[in-house]
Design a protein around this ligand. Structure first.
Ligand code: ADP
Ligand code: MG
Length: 366
């Protein structure tokens, strides 16, 4: 049982002008699978390393089950960590690599160690490889050994820092399932750092999205995708990214003066009153731009005449990269609505799904 609280945590590395982490506040409930995501350099690893005790906390409190942990030695924090570079001992077998962390602690009997390693190996599909050396394993198997090293410890909290980024795409997908199952079985807290939003979307109970050392939003994958609190979150979640337009709102229309001019449905206008006649940032996801006939018929005031610049047929769907005048955007349409580059196509912007942001603060307008 571990409940973790980060209370107003700051980190400034010696010699740096800037804080790497600023006023981080977070509560992690027992058994939760939490993801930290955000662009490179935003402070994810720094936060994880402060939790592990590998970096000092400059200011603020780290609590586990209500107890302040700031000055507790890493080995006494009941934490197991898996890194991106999983340096295994090349001269040791898989068994010994996994057992090593237990051997050096000297508190486990040999039979207990064997039991734990065998159990972890079984969970990770490594039973047949226990006598091999790392050189004779595939990348995915090696990464599994690195996970195994962590789970034999039975720690209260697992910290994983980009554990899959050295694997190829296919293996990453396989390992996502392995890790998700591992969490379901162990039911311990896991904090997982990644810059890959797909990994976070597919596995997380909750996602903490960071930028420039600060938390931007904390929520379920669903909340972050559908109710982003600001333009940063809106643009980070989703691939291809949300389309953004710097526009003006007038007479129930948004127009960017470059080729985009669409009506905003009555229901959405209600909250936008203060922006009438003013600048507003409009965001719309590629899947909310449609090319099929029924959509065009249903939204005659939201049609945009466009030219296709690049077209990607993806089997089940087609990605159209379009221009309307000087405006550019991406539409994710049905595979049947494939168009060749250079063709004209009318699309409907489903503005009831659009997101509106204050152009100054970049916060969502509610
Ligand atoms: P992320 O893991 O999100 O990519 P990091 O936590 O590694 O980001 O880094 C956050 C910021 O702190 C970056 O600006 C980085 O340059 C700085 N930083 C990280 N580690 C150190 C260090 N050991 N010394 C000085 N600055 C560091
Ligand atoms: Mg990092």
């Amino acid at each position: 049982m571990v409940e973790m609280n980060l209370e107003h945590i700051y980190k400034k590395y010696e010699g740096n002008e800037k804080y790497s982490v600023t006023d981080m506040n977070l509560e992690i409930k027992d058994g939760e699978f939490v993801f930290f995501i955000g662009p490179s350099g935003c402070g994810k690893s720094t936060t994880l390393r402060m939790i592990a005790g590998l970096e000092d906390i400059t200011k603020g409190d780290l609590k586990m089950n209500g107890q302040i942990m700031n000055d507790v030695e890493p080995k006494n924090r009941d934490i197991a960590m898996v890194f991106q570079t999983y340096a295994l001992y090349p001269n040791m077998t898989v068994f010994d690599n996994m057992a090593f962390g237990l051997q050096i602690r000297k508190t486990y009997s040999q039979s207990e160690i064997k039991k734990r390693v065998d159990n972890a190996a079984e969970q990770l599909g490594l039973t047949d490889f226990l006598q091999r050396r790392p050189a004779n394993l595939s990348g995915g198997q090696r990464q599994r050994v690195a996970l195994g090293r962590a789970i034999v410890r039975d720690a209260g909290t697992f910290l994983l820092d980009e554990p899959l980024s050295n694997l190829d795409a296919k293996l990453r997908v396989d390992m996502r399932t392995t890790i998700a199952q591992m969490h379901q079985r162990l039911k311990t807290n896991m904090i997982y750092v990644t810059h890959d939003q797909i990994e976070a979307m597919t596995m997380a109970d909750r996602i903490v999205i960071m930028n420039d050392g600060k938390i931007m939003q904390v929520g379920t994958p669903h909340q972050l995708y559908n109710e982003p609190v600001n333009k940063f979150v809106a643009g980070f979640m989703g691939s291809p990214s949300m389309n953004f337009f710097e526009a003006t709102l007038h007479d129930g229309h948004v127009s960017d003066g470059k080729g985009l001019d669409v009506a905003v449905p009555e229901g959405r206008l209600k909250t936008l009153g203060a922006y009438n006649g003013k600048h507003i940032t409009v965001g719309i996801r590629p899947e909310d731009i449609h090319a099929e006939r029924v959509a065009l018929d249903a939204m005659p005031d939201q049609i945009v005449h466009t030219k296709v610049v690049v077209s990607e047929f993806l089997g089940a769907e087609t990605m159209l990269y379009c221009t309307a005048g000087q405006s550019k955007f991406t539409a994710r349409v049905d595979a049947r609505d494939y168009r060749n580059p250079g063709e004209n196509v009318d699309v409907a912007f489903e503005m009831s799904k659009a997101h509106f942001f204050d152009p100054e603060t970049q916060d969502v307008i509610r």
